[in-house]
Ligand binder design. Structure first.
Ligand SMILES: [Zn+2]
Length: 164
């Protein structure tokens, strides 16, 4: 469980919500879930405490490239803190590949094809969603942590864990 990315929370929290509903008589069922509760508490606490993104940081985390040259160019653009747009003259197959990579990863990047010249130009623009998604997930993590603490009787040590 510890080696999974934070998306594992999308599985574990519904599990705990379901278990909380089922659990009507005593602590017996909760006992086996203590490790899950603690794991969720640690992860949610880390998400809540994470420093907010700097307003000029436009870097988009992405590791799903296939290793080809196009993914290399896309990855360099996404990873850049300062570059928000990329105008990329690219033939059809290349454009299709880049479109599909962006859609598959649901990246906060608008991608349009400007149908002028040869080849057409793929215009990529990082969107404000980069910031709003992070704000929303921080808020959600805070709500989940509150629920976890109240429902699973987690002591304050999880919620206010002082680790950086
Ligand atoms: Zn590729």
């Amino acid at each position: 469980m510890r080696s999974c990315p934070d998306t594992v929370l999308e599985c574990l929290l519904p599990l705990l919500r379901h278990a909380a509903q089922e659990q009507t008589e005593g602590e017996s069922r909760a006992a086996g879930l203590a490790a899950v509760v603690r794991e969720c508490g640690d992860r949610l606490g880390a998400l809540v405490r994470r420093a907010p993104r700097a307003p000029d940081d436009w870097s988009v985390a992405w590791t799903a490239g296939c290793g080809c040259e196009l993914c290399g160019t896309l990855g360099a653009f996404l990873g850049s803190r300062s570059r928000r747009t990329l105008e990329w003259p690219l033939a059809k197959d290349g454009r299709r590949h880049v479109h599909s990579r962006i859609d598959t990863a649901e990246l906060p990047v608008d991608h349009q094809t400007r149908r002028q010249g040869r080849p057409y130009t793929l215009v990529l623009t990082k969107t404000e969603e980069l910031f709003s998604r992070e704000r929303a997930s921080r808020r959600q993590a805070g709500d989940d942590l509150t629920w976890l603490a109240s429902t699973w009787n987690v002591s304050g040590e999880v919620a206010v864990d002082p680790r950086p």
